[in-house]
Design a protein. Structure first.
Length: 256
């Protein structure tokens, strides 16, 4: 990766993901080393090891993304939490406003970074077996419910989770989480798009949506608000694990 720090970041987004099954003990120790004390304390409180691992992976990626984009040390960032739990990077009044979002599920963590613009990411494990039809009936818009209903039994879970992650990514981007009713907007898969019951509430022409299968076992969605979506470059790629690990041994350097 050779881009100049800060160049063009208001017009691009970078998404990294990490499968926890590929990380070995020495690498876990290095990832934890770039976290701050509060993050390590929270990680230690998780009851299940798999939950602790995806939390550590997500927070390490967040710091790695910020270090990569800014050239600063990964340990040099602080975060504030919004009203609905969305983390925001603390920056000075004259600094570029980094925008970050995180998600994790069984076996996978993901982080998304841009500058200045709202961004949200969601990932789900395809082995999860929600009551897709019942949940869609209760929480989805009519067109989305029909798409889930007509899917064959083998595809229904994946279709439901594709819609779910896209809708979650949007409500995370706007900072509302599930306090935003999911029935008030509808997403389409082909082509990817979004529409709103109340045209005054938001504009579909202001959003970039992405949906991907980063592994055979997971689905990922990204939502990014931007005044000119057609000009935004979004890169979705596996996190450079060895680069993240190396940050722990050279904490003063942020480039990966």
């Amino acid at each position: 990766m050779s881009e100049t720090p800060h160049s063009g970041w208001a017009g691009r987004a970078l998404v990294w993901w990490l499968e926890t099954c590929h990380i070995v003990a020495p690498q876990w120790r290095a990832l934890e080393a770039v976290l701050d004390d509060g993050e390590r304390e929270r990680a230690a409180r998780f009851h299940f090891e798999r939950d602790r691992e995806v939390y550590v992976a997500a927070r390490a990626m967040a710091r790695g993304l910020l270090a990569h984009a800014s050239g600063r040390a990964p340990t040099g960032f602080r975060f504030a939490i919004g009203d609905h739990g969305k983390p925001e990077v603390v920056v000075g009044a004259d600094e570029l406003r980094w925008r970050l979002n995180l998600s994790h599920t069984r076996g996978l963590a993901a982080a998304a970074l841009t500058a200045e613009h709202d961004i949200g990411i969601d990932v789900e494990w395809l082995g999860r077996e929600p009551a897709a039809t019942a949940l869609a009936e209760r929480m989805f818009a009519p067109d989305e419910r029909r798409a889930v209903d007509v899917a064959g039994p083998a595809e229904r879970n994946g279709v439901f989770l594709t819609y779910w992650t896209l809708k979650e990514a949007y409500v995370k981007a706007i900072g509302m989480g599930l306090s935003q009713p999911l029935q008030t907007f509808v997403v389409t898969l082909d082509p990817l798009g979004i529409a709103f019951d109340d045209p005054a509430a938001d504009g579909p022409g202001s959003w970039v949506l992405k949906s991907a299968r980063p592994t055979p076992h997971h689905v990922l969605a990204l939502a990014l608000r931007h005044p000119t979506p057609s000009r935004v470059h979004v890169a979705l790629e596996p996190a450079p694990l060895e680069g993240l690990v190396a940050l722990a041994s050279r904490p003063g350097c942020g480039r990966i």
